[in-house]
Design a protein. Sequence first.
Length: 294
Amino acid sequence: MDAATQPLDVSMTVRDGRTVAWTDWGDPDGIPLLRVPGTPGCRWSLRADRTPWAERGLRVVTTERPGFGASTRLPGRRFREHADDLAEVLDHLGLDRVYLTGGSGSAPHELALCQYHPDRVVAATVVAGIAPFEDDEIDSMIPVNAQVARLARAGRRDEVAAVMAVHRDAMLADPLGAFAGIMDSAPPEDLAVMSDPLWQEGFATALVEALRAGLDGWVDEGMALDGSWDVDPAAVPTSITWYHAVEDRNCPVEAARRLVAQLPRGRFVQWSSAGHLTAYHLEGELLDELLARG
């Protein structure tokens, strides 16, 4: 498959009448890789440079959660609902088992798919994933994440929405500039990734599409991520490698380490001199490690 080939834009109606959308790239008979984007992400959260996928003969399905992009909102959702959506998408595509990867806010959604539909996942990778953190760890996060975490934990949804509305408006007007403002206290490794023109191309397209449908999907996700998880790490049977940077300011490294310690087949890889976005330049290496666990 030529790396320049454009993905298909696909959707279906799931069990409760909602629309769930995704993109599908690569040889239909290629190795199936299910990608679960971070927050706020969507089906167009793709690499502009898809050479690592083409070199490995992958079929890449990139999903979208309720309330983002073209996918119908589901008020009050947590993580199992989207895991069930993903299982329906795999049924629709005729894919019995897939490799699974994602990062940041995708982490609990990946774990939910592995817990509730374990027969569908060969092996999984989580990069810089969000994990339940202690109150005294919040100050180590970038300011907007810390602010939202405190409000969400207090159940103050309207105030969470007010904070996110300001950032959504700014991101729709200037996605790269607004994100740079949010991440201005991130480590140098993140700032280096954000200066990459190919990263910028893919990120800007995905961010605008993720948020164009409205604010509610993003708020729903924020409340879920900072609320009570309907995922039990001890009940996740899948082989999972979790990569996390010591200096990650989107999720404290200690929180990630605690979660992975509960996974029966979890492996924690700690990166030094890295950040939340480091994996962008390590795509081939991470894919090879994932596929080797098949």
